[in-house]
Design a protein around this ligand. Structure first.
Ligand code: ZN
Length: 511
């Protein structure tokens, strides 16, 4: 692997909260092997490293590789597969009506490709089993990351309770007798995963694949959501989190999930997870939309990362997470595309723009997240959630060389006022397509928008063929069951909320 001298008109590094992003002008980064050796002026480093292969020019902006802290690795989006946006719970039914992917490797690699093309060098991948073949799927997923070259923190899933609604008895009682018989038979045919099976599975992958330091692969616990996981498993994970293991799960994505914990335990989801010893700096929570003010204090104190999914929350009617207040309290926040950005294209750069716009409350003194805050979220803050806080997320000597080059011409043409800060320009104006070159672990993986580790045209052709395979008999049977049950799920949600939840954001008024 050639040593590199990366050249740009500007280099940006995330700042401390409340400060502006640091800028180096006429910058260069010397990359020796997999690590950053030096950062400084181009003229000085060119003299110091005359033999290094030069990448970029003074027409580029140099940034740390972006970190997507919540994604399920789906290449083809839900819409491409046939499911339009809806409220989360019935939307999950729609997902379960889709046919299983015929080739998880190709689909995941396609997802990785889209993220790479918008500058994502590390992904927190929340595994969500879609084929019923758990280990085959995990192996195919890891193989896709081996091909794309991206770093991954892979959160291994378990979902072993309340598969149809948050109250099994209510749900079964409201089904017609023949449908109830069908549902009960389906539940018996595929019993949920038990505690030891899950813990052993994670242990196996952790022993075989988890690596220290920057490393390409980290293995995390990844129960999808505490509402869908039995407490015995969460308790066991709590012990391991206290011993330093990583955890990623969805929390209070919808008001119904928030209600579940108040109904069952008389406290918030976050307070309950805290009692289970699941909060800490190696824990990250996706969504966290329906968190309370007290929750925010707990998240800040314990060092949990909130993985913000702005587009996904809008698309699935989940609401708007109180990010401005989380940020004000000092919660570590990262950004995730969740396979469902506004343009349905997983463009991480445009997602950053949405995050910077969505939390603008009326009144000029209301807390907000500035473009500089968003830059930090997408880099250094995200690094913590993927358990690489000291290894990635900044361009400085000793850190792993994960670097992207953004075309300044396309971002600023035909003119940009010279006093506009480059971090503002990037968050306000750039698109994923402006990312031209991506370096991971010192290796050029995309140069001038050409992928160097796989052939994009071949991948698209193979995926097109795999995706066009007809559904199996099993797919059709599952789709039929969920289609029949779906109206009962909606009926369930309509009667489930017992309490008024006062909003944290006041965006308009009734009188
Ligand atoms: Zn998710």
């Amino acid at each position: 692997m050639a040593n590199l001298l990366v050249h740009g008109k500007y280099l940006l590094n995330p700042a401390q909260p409340g400060e502006k992003t640091a800028v180096v002008q006429d910058a260069a980064v010397a990359v020796t092997g997999t690590s950053i050796a030096a950062v400084g002026s181009y003229s000085a480093l060119k003299k110091q490293y005359p033999d290094y292969r030069e990448v970029g020019s003074n027409e580029y902006l140099i940034l740390p590789g972006l970190i997507d802290v919540h994604h399920h690795g789906w290449g083809l989006s839900a819409i491409q597969q046939g499911a339009l946006d809806d409220t989360l719970e019935p939307w999950i039914y729609d997902l379960l009506m889709l046919k299983s992917p015929t080739n998880v490797y190709l689909d995941t690699l396609y997802g990785n490709m889209k993220l790479l093309e918008s500058g994502v060098t590390t992904v927190l991948h929340s595994h969500f089993c879609r084929t019923g073949n758990y280990e085959d799927e995990v192996n195919a997923t890891l193989k896709a990351y081996e091909t794309s070259g991206q770093r991954v923190a892979l959160a291994l899933e378990v979902m072993n309770q309340h598969p149809f609604a948050y109250d099994d008895d209510w749900f079964l009682q409201h089904l017609s007798v023949p449908l109830r018989t069908q549902v009960e038979a389906a539940l018996k045919a595929r019993p949920p995963m038990d505690r030891d099976t899950y813990l052993n599975l994670v242990e196996k992958y952790y022993t075989e694949r988890n690596q220290e330091g920057a490393a390409k692969v980290k293995i995390l616990y990844g129960p999808i959501n505490a509402v869908w996981t039995t407490p015995d498993i969460l308790e066991a994970i709590g012990e391991r989190v206290q011993q330093g293991r990583g955890l990623h799960l969805h929390v209070v994505e919808t008001p119904y999930q928030a209600e579940y914990f108040f109904k069952h335990y008389g406290k918030s989801n976050i307070a309950w997870l805290h009692e289970m010893h699941l909060l800490g700096p190696r824990t990250s929570f996706a969504h966290a939309v329906w968190t309370t003010r007290d929750d925010l204090a707990l998240l800040a104190e314990t060092g949990v990362t909130v993985c913000h999914n702005a587009s996904s929350n809008l698309r699935l009617r989940s609401g708007i997470a109180p990010l401005a207040f989380m940020h004000e309290r000092g919660v570590n926040i990262g950004v995730g595309t969740d396979g469902g950005t506004l343009n349905d294209d997983d463009d991480m750069v445009q997602e950053l723009r949405l995050v910077s716009k969505l939390h603008r409350l009326p009144r000029p003194t209301s807390p907000w997240v500035s473009p500089h805050d968003v830059m930090r979220m997408a880099t250094l803050n995200g690094a913590r959630a993927t358990l690489r806080a000291d290894a990635i997320g900044r361009i400085e000597p000793g850190r792993a060389a994960d670097i992207i080059l953004v075309n300044l011409q396309t971002m600023t043409q035909p003119y940009l006022a010279p006093d506009i800060h480059m971090a503002d320009a990037f968050v306000y104006r750039a698109k994923g397509t402006d990312v031209e070159t991506v370096i991971i672990d010192g290796e050029l993986v995309m140069e001038n928008r050409t992928h160097l580790r796989f052939n994009k045209a071949d991948l698209l052709a193979q995926l097109r063929e795999a995706a066009a395979q007809p559904p199996t008999a099993q797919d059709l049977q599952r789709a039929d069951l969920f289609r029949q049950c779906r109206p009962v799920c909606v009926e369930f949600l309509n009667q489930y909320l017992d309490r008024e939840m006062a909003p944290q954001y006041v965006l308009n008024r009734t009188a």
